[in-house]
Design a protein around this ligand. Structure first.
Ligand SMILES: Cc1ncc(COP(=O)(O)O)c(C=O)c1O
Length: 384
């Protein structure tokens, strides 16, 4: 996409339709693997509509996501759900909406599997306890993990009861932003060694997401993992990368609204904020900016416009001095940004634009005061 945004009003979230479709087409090249898109990284309806013809369906983590997935797919794809948060008051509706449910724990299985309507395929999320992620905040295989049934516990349950007789498949999701499919191959080899008897009995395996699917990925390792599961166990294999599909297809474009010195550094205040990309603050990382230049002569601390002292993006160099109105483009903002963005401080959300297949910017949605006040009971107080 050409980084020239004269036609848009900032702050803006822009998604590149071609970049999303390109990723999906690349993924479709992987033979014998069903691609699901997990809603959680970005659930903007027009993005979901764009993806629908190129996926086998969507994966979701809650009743609301399942409802949105159904609204988008109609009957044109399957819905997989896994979550640690199943609730007794939602299981009925979830069972009507979803085609596959992978229970997160054996106790969830015992509480709910008999309550599902009969066509729902019942699975379990397993936890192979093979860690690839150093930072425990993103590590599904961390010690005392809340995500999935450890293989040993699954074995014990199988030895001691017939509880799992309705089990039709398994889900695992063990990585985060990995560019190395050897991690996945190693995980598949581990389950092949530890639970071959279970794999023989089931019909499908969902490999989860957590892989970027970028140029550095060794796709042959993914293909080997899938081939092993197909040739030895004849499983239907699902793969659901989220950030890998939308991550680098999204941008946040902001404008400089103030410039001043602070302790010999120049601060550039932007019309965006870390509220629009909360992971920048949550994980304290410095996002990539398209206009920065490693050897640029002009240095600025790019700062958000909320009153939080730490609403900062970092210090960046530019070849030209910044002026009021200059645009700054944050890269790789397609995943986990809009879905986490908030209106803290009463700062409006970014408008959403598509960079269409025809090479045009199209405004898809903008927000305003009605969206801000909607959560605060201004119109009427429902609990009066
Ligand atoms: C079960 C499951 N599938 C897929 C994903 C998508 O992960 P990512 O966006 O890192 O590919 C997640 C993310 O948490 C997940 O929990």
């Amino acid at each position: 996409m050409l980084l020239q945004f004269d036609e848009i009003i900032t702050p803006a979230f822009i998604y590149d339709e071609m970049a999303i479709l390109q990723k999906l087409c690349d993924l479709q090249q992987i033979q014998q693997c069903n691609i699901l898109y997990p809603l959680k990284p970005c659930e903007f309806a027009d993005i979901l509509r764009l993806m629908t013809p190129f996926t086998s369906g969507f994966s979701v983590s809650s009743l609301y996501e399942a409802t949105l997935a159904k609204e988008m797919l109609k009957n044109d794809g399957v819905i997989h759900l896994t979550t640690p948060g199943l609730r007794p008051d939602e299981i009925g509706e979830i069972s009507e909406l979803c085609d596959f449910i992978s229970f997160n724990s054996l106790s969830q299985w015992k509480m709910y599997q008999h309550k599902l309507s009969s066509p729902v395929k019942r699975g379990l999320r397993i936890n192979p306890q093979l860690s690839f992620v150093e930072d425990d905040r993103y590590n599904p295989c961390r010690k005392h993990s809340k995500l999935g049934v450890p293989l040993r516990d699954l074995r014990e349950e199988l030895n001691n009861s017939t509880l799992l007789k309705n089990l039709s498949g398994l889900l695992l999701h063990t990585n985060c932003e990995s560019s190395d499919f050897n991690d996945l191959l190693e995980t598949v080899k581990l389950i092949d060694t530890c639970i071959p008897d279970v794999l023989k009995e089931i019909n499908w395996l969902n490999l989860g997401g957590g892989y970027l699917f970028d140029a550095s990925n060794n796709v042959e390792a993914l293909i080997e993992a899938i081939s092993l599961l197909k040739s030895k166990y004849e499983l239907d294999v699902y793969f659901e990368p989220g950030k890998g599909i939308v991550g680098d297809a999204g941008y946040i474009v902001a404008s400089v609204i103030d410039l001043f010195k602070s302790d010999n550094r120049t601060i550039a205040i932007l019309d965006t904020t870390v509220n629009h990309m909360p992971e920048v603050f949550e994980y304290q990382y410095k996002p990539d900016v398209a206009e920065e230049s490693d050897n640029g002569k002009y240095k600025y601390i790019l700062a958000g416009s909320s009153c939080l002292a730490g609403d900062l993006f970092g210090e960046y160099r530019f070849d030209q001095p910044l002026e009021i109105g200059a645009q700054i483009t944050f890269l790789n903002m397609g995943a986990y940004t809009l879905v986490k963005a908030n209106m803290f401080n009463g700062i409006n959300l970014p408008s959403i634009y598509a960079y269409t297949l025809a090479g045009k910017f199209r405004l898809k949605k903008s927000f305003g005061y009605p969206d801000f006040k909607a959560r605060y009971g201004v119109e009427h107080n429902a609990c009066k």
